[in-house]
Design a protein around this ligand. Sequence first.
Ligand code: PEP
Ligand code: MN
Length: 344
Amino acid sequence: MMVLMKLDSQQQQINDVLQKISARHCKGHVIYGTTRIGIGVTGEVSNFQPDDFLFMDGVLDVVRISKKFKLVSREAKSEDTIIQIGEEKIGGGSLNIIAGPCSIESKDQLFDVAGALKEMGVKFFRAGAYKPRTSPYAFQGLKEKGLELLKEVKETFGLYIVTEVKDTETLAQVAEVTDILQIGARNMQNFSLLERVGSIQKPVLLKRGLSASIEDLLMSAEYILAQGNFDVILCERGIRTFETYTRNTLDLNAVPVIKGLSHLPVFVDPSHGIGIWDKVEPMSMASVACGADGLMIEVHCDPGNALSDGYQSLTPKNFKHLIGKLEALAPVAEKELNLDVQPK
Ligand code: PEP
Ligand code: MN
């Protein structure tokens, strides 16, 4: 249920509505739009009738949300969500690029690739310290040591950090270092982790689960918003199908479909989506063409010796080639490529 209020409502009028909601053991979420203020009501909304609010000062209308997901829906908020991270804006008309290696392996490995990406104008740097691997015998990441190295990268290069949080135990540690908390595909339905990241005010990049439907992904995002954190980026990263020539099947249908259903920004990770380095460029182009708000790309200076996902990682040189293509494509897709302008 949404209580729609006038854009110039007074704080006291908003508080009165919120108080009425909490008095009946529901939760109110204030969503500031450009034409009105919405208050999303979650919990036992059957406790309410529209008339409970319609006669309150500042209230314009009360609407029921038909979808299973509520706060993430376009019914709750018609305009695109724009997430502010430092100086940068995610969503709206900007096309953001998150790039970096799959895992942090050593200081040299991390600094080499971070330096190369910074030089190419990249603003968001990814690298995993905690790696959820299919095999317990595979490299699990440098953990705390990796987080320390990420902190150094941030200080040295002034890059925004995106790194995965694997469990609730390490959330506080990871949140201290990162600018965006990545929730991996394998954790998309770890509901206690979702609730915990929802209760801290730090942007989240939520990756689609290996066998998750679009609705599953949106319901997982709902867990985060329901706790009060609206800064969520959804990320299509490929799903499991019968196809064996590619690592996953990148479901680009999801991009325009989700953008129709939800106000949240949608990114695509073509590296995991296809899993083959020389196919990452065409799938990146396709992602932008179908409306993605950003890309997450794995880049490694020596992919042949990477400790994880080398076969899908671009070298800095190949990444530069991709950037050149995206520069040409972005205006056609009505997006502004958000990279630091480099002297030609
Ligand atoms: C990753 O980004 O390196 C990763 C593990 O991704 P996913 O959770 O999508 O498999
Ligand atoms: Mn990876």
